[in-house]
Design a protein around this ligand. Structure first.
Ligand code: NAD
Length: 237
């Protein structure tokens, strides 16, 4: 089985690359700036991993990635749209280019990857797509309006594609993680981290490995489509 993962150099994406390859999948993944980490991960895993530099926001670079992954492993069975960036700040002072970049990477980036794989999946009448949203796409986060909008957009995209592609044997689901201990949250100081843990009924951050396990579960669940699974420790219920 062959998986494509956007943003696989570190964090949740890297955990998914490790888990899927450990279960016998070939896994091609993208990175943007973290070349050292991406190539180290590829080397650590061996021939079942393939790292490729592609900006998720670029349709052309995403198509190049999909073409290179197919040349290496053959047609994809699974696409995980995981690449994402966050932006914290007041909505009213957000610069136009910052708004555009969040939407372009998080929402248009997923659409770019879906468009690159769907024709082949439709032709093969099989495939699975996972969109990595966020609990903030369900609940909205103060000072993260663009991020919340992009992640809510992914939920709409996932539900629409599940309806459109179900008759072609393709399943589409969203994962909406809570607070996960990755570099995305590295900017928070100790007191902010403690506060967020207190707001989480399970009293801790999730791990990247726990989200990767959710991805594997959804990849293997033949009758689940159009759903949003939110591993969030009870933060949003
Ligand atoms: P991270 O910052 O550790 O990793 C992000 C990954 O995306 C990296 O591999 C990076 O190279 C890649 N990336 C970023 N911009 C890219 C671009 N333009 N093109 C290609 N790759 C790009 O963050 P993470 O926590 O592992 O986040 C992974 C996904 O999970 C993101 O979509 C994020 O929004 C989502 N998420 C994270 C959390 C959390 O608390 N960490 C919670 C909910 C959802």
């Amino acid at each position: 089985m062959n998986a494509l993962i956007t943003g696989g150099s570190r964090g949740i994406g890297a955990a998914a690359v490790r888990l899927f390859t450990s279960k016998g999948w070939n896994t091609a993944f993208t990175y943007l700036n973290s070349e050292r980490e991406a190539l180290a991960l590829e080397e650590q895993i061996g021939s079942s991993a393939f790292a490729f530099r592609a900006d998720a926001a670029s349709r052309k670079e995403t198509e190049n990635f999909v073409r290179a992954a197919r040349a290496r492993f053959g047609p994809e069975d699974l696409l995980i749209c995981n690449a994402g960036i966050s932006y914290c700040g007041l909505f009213q002072t957000m610069k136009e280019e910052d708004w555009d970049r969040v939407i372009d990477v998080n929402l248009k980036g997923a659409a770019n990857a879906c468009m690159a794989v769907i024709p082949s999946m439709v032709q093969r009448k099989a495939g699975c797509i996972l969109l990595v949203s966020s609990m903030w796409g369900l609940a909205g986060a103060s000072c993260e309006a663009a991020y919340s909008a992009s992640k809510a957009g992914l939920i709409g995209l996932g539900k629409a594609l599940a309806k459109e592609l179900g008759p072609s044997g393709i399943r589409v689901n969203c994962i909406a993680p809570g607070i996960i201990d990755t570099r995305m949250n590295a900017e928070y100081d100790d007191s902010a981290r403690e506060c967020m843990m207190e707001m989480t009924p399970l009293g801790r951050f999730g791990t990247a490995e726990e989200i990767a396990e959710t991805m594997l579960f959804l990849a293997q669940s033949g009758f689940i489509t159009g759903q949003v699974i939110s591993p969030n420790g009870g933060f949003v219920i």
